[in-house]
Design a protein around this ligand. Structure first.
Ligand code: NDP
Length: 293
């Protein structure tokens, strides 16, 4: 199971949704012999015209190549698709989004069936696939040997970042990034809600907002340093006491503008709790202590 000719390695792809189809096209364009299977066979037809071999069943698709990539809706669809497939000696690469626990269970499941397993978390949307300058990539975790052997092929559609033997780590880092993004979307939504009904050009406001978020994003570095050292009071530019006081202005402004504070208040409540616990000289990092269950 090696990948000595990375640009021509045959592979199988199960799942031709929006993401699977984008991945398939990049492997075909790079000259990889590609066998595909999709539950709804009609979705494979366009790819046949581009050179893909269509397998009539998932089991036959798996049998066609040593390297088998899955890009299905969820973990249940992986279970459905692979029921009855012989995985002995395969390198199974699961790009289906799931939780870390699902990835770890799937890794053990694959190993019991004689396959090496990699889980992948795709940090890209389909238009970014096959576009190196888009900055997209996939987190991989699981078998290091499989990653080393298959890196050349896996890196064809988009960047490939290996994050550890623990099969759950790719999903964990994927979800951590998506969770941070969700918080950013919440902040964006609140900011636009504040200004949208005023005589403010939203198209001019947007780049100002982007500039501010980019300037604030390096807070991730100081948060990591403080969590690593355990000292949340080191190099604090804006302390918790000041920020909680400032939050009053944010809440009052929302009220003045007729905007609900419900996107901001949960985080502000945690900040206030940490302050009440006597940590006014910290940065906001101490809030993370309150999130442990
Ligand atoms: P789509 O909804 O476009 O495609 C879903 C695929 O899963 C189809 O091939 C579908 O087959 C198949 N499928 C669903 N249920 C089953 C089942 N029970 N058995 C077999 N096959 C099944 O999703 P995407 O292609 O967009 O996403 C695929 C994966 O990639 C997901 O896990 C998603 O989270 C992840 N991803 C997607 C991104 C995106 O922006 N699109 C970004 C990052 C990750 P059928 O055609 O028959 O319905």
């Amino acid at each position: 199971m090696t990948d000595s000719t990375p640009h021509r390695t045959p592979l199988t792809l199960l799942g031709l949704g929006a993401m699977g189809t984008a991945l398939a096209r990049t492997w075909l364009a790079a000259g990889h012999p590609l066998t595909v299977w999709n539950r709804t066979a009609a979705r494979a037809e366009a790819l046949a015209a581009e050179g893909a071999r269509i397998a009539p069943t998932a089991a036959r698709a798996v049998a066609a190549s040593d390297l088998v990539v899955l890009c299905l809706l969820d973990d249940a669809s992986v279970e459905d698709a692979l029921a009855g497939a012989d995985l002995t000696g395969k390198d199974l690469v699961n790009l289906t989004t799931g939780t870390p626990a699902q990835a770890r269970a799937r890794a053990a499941w694959a190993q019991e069936r004689g396959a090496r397993f990699l889980d992948g978390g795709i940090m890209a949307v389909p238009p970014m696939i096959g576009v190196p300058e888009s900055g997209g990539y996939v987190f991989y975790s699981g078998s290091r040997a499989a990653f080393d052997a298959r890196h050349g092929t896996l890196a064809v559609p988009t960047g490939a970042r290996y994050v550890g033997e623990d099969a759950g780590f790719a999903a964990l880092q994927d979800v951590a990034l998506l969770s941070a993004m969700t918080g950013m979307f919440a902040g964006l939504s609140h900011a636009f809600a504040l200004v949208r009904d005023e005589d403010i050009d939203l198209l001019e406001f947007a780049p100002v907002l982007v500039e501010w978020l980019v300037a604030m994003a390096p807070a991730a570095h100081s948060t990591a340093e403080q969590l690593t050292s355990g000292d949340y009071t080191a190099d604090v530019a804006s302390n918790l006491a000041m920020m909680v006081s400032g939050n009053t202005t944010l809440v009052r402004t929302a009220e003045e503008q007729g905007v609900s504070g419900e996107l901001l208040l949960p985080f502000m409540d945690l900040m206030a709790r940490r302050l009440r616990d006597g940590h006014g000289d910290e940065s906001a990092t101490g809030v993370i202590e309150l999130l442990r269950r």
